[in-house]
Design a protein around this ligand. Sequence first.
Ligand SMILES: [Zn+2]
Length: 123
Amino acid sequence: MVKPAGWVVDMRHYIDEDTADLPEVIPERVLSLAIFFGAIVAWVTDHLPEGNEHTNVPCRRSPGRRRCRGDIIAQLDRSSGYIVWECPRCGDHGMIHGWEDSLWNRDVGPHRCPTVPPSTARH
Ligand SMILES: [Zn+2]
């Protein structure tokens, strides 16, 4: 099932246009892939701009029916805009695009608004 070039996925394929969320009806296999790739996107965008390639996302493969115990390594390739990931244990790897407007993008950009505004009130 693994293509020689690895997985190349577009996160927009997993999103229902009407709800901007995962479709109500989605095959279990597709759903588990969407969650896997979404978790990678969430991790990478959550750690921008510095980046932290050691994600907390476990590898989803089970070669020889034994669950791979690798954790996914992922980073944003700024030249292509793709999120590139691989499993250091089993070598599964791929690229993700179309994640910018997805629900998994946690990068709020350079215009970060403080959630708690500094209080100037005196008591
Ligand atoms: Zn693996």
